[in-house]
Design a protein around this ligand. Structure first.
Ligand SMILES: [Fe+2]
Length: 296
């Protein structure tokens, strides 16, 4: 499988970064990332310095997405490809590289409005990852820390940007009618063996949040169940109980964060292979399950 990019980190902006600490720490079971400034709280699900960067700000949404290139050559190729397709690419300053804990950083905008940071050399954390709540740990080796899904009215522009400018591959897509007259269309994109690193949903109008969810994949199936127990005990909304997606075959559930965006905790997704020839339409989100369990 071609492996150019993987999800390095997700930046989230909320008015109070500490407000998400019980959620990421006690419900999802992430470990604290390397310390940042007073305005920022970081989290990780593996040995990297940080995977979720929660900064203070007015957005209450994703603020940036970091994509790590496999090496310096891949970094140069991704940047050159973006520039050749007319993207404005700004090189990160020394300060920005220090804050993101990377060796190189190039920033560009995306049609869905969340800046993309192409990076290389994300620092490891000072200590190995360990979570008492997720004893089996998370699946990140060679596939990035998870996946992110955005909703946008700029659906076609997003597709062109991802496939042509960023150079990721479409894995498959979903087109289904949720209710009479209510269509759902989602396209899924890969850049390493993970079934999708980014997916984009067509929004009928501008939604309050661009980030629909971020997914963490556990190594052990039981760690998904234990996370559901913690989510249930938390009183947070659970928009989707346990289920299995039809396309990526992920066994998962979704819990809404106190900031509104959702987190999917899953296990056992299928992977994209070198000779992937299953780029096809799916007409249902889930093979089974994923019913709404508790509304906010
Ligand atoms: Fe997902």
């Amino acid at each position: 499988m071609r492996h150019d990019l993987e999800l390095a980190y997700l930046g989230i902006q909320v008015p109070d970064p500490h407000s998400l600490t019980p959620f990421f720490g006690d419900v999802i079971g992430l470990a604290p990332g390397e310390p940042a400034d007073d305005e920022t709280v970081t989290w990780r699900n593996d040995d990297a310095a940080h995977r979720i960067i929660v900064e203070r700000g007015p957005l209450t949404d994703a603020a940036f997405v970091g994509l790590q290139a496999a090496d310096a050559t891949a970094f140069d190729e991704v940047v050159a490809r973006l520039e050749s397709h007319g993207a404005d690419v700004a090189e990160g300053s020394d300060e920005e590289r220090k804050v993101r804990r990377v060796q190189r950083l190039a920033r560009t905008s995306s049609p869905w409005g969340v800046p993309i940071e192409v990076v290389v050399g994300l620092e490891p954390a000072a200590t190995p990852f360990a979570s008492k709540l997720v004893p089996g740990g998370f699946l990140t080796e060679g596939v990035g820390f998870g996946h992110v899904v955005f909703a946008t009215t700029a659906f076609e522009e997003a597709h062109t940007f991802l496939v042509e400018s960023l150079g990721v591959g479409q894995t498959d897509w979903l087109e289904t009618e949720l209710a009479p007259g209510l269509e759902l269309e989602v396209r899924f994109y890969h850049c390493n063996p993970r079934h999708h690193t980014i997916a984009v949903a067509r929004a009928p109008f501008d939604l309050p949040q661009r980030l629909h969810h971020v997914m963490f994949e556990t190594n052990d199936r039981d760690d998904v169940g234990a996370a559901l127990d913690r989510a249930w005990a938390s009183d947070l909304p659970i928009p989707n109980g346990l289920g299995r997606h039809d396309n990526d075959a992920m066994f998962s559930f979704y819990v809404a964060s106190p900031a509104g965006f959702q987190v999917e905790v899953g296990h056992g997704a299928r992977v994209v292979t070198e000779d992937w020839d299953d780029n096809r339409r799916y007409d249902r989100i889930s093979a089974w399950g994923h019913q709404p369990l508790r509304n906010g």
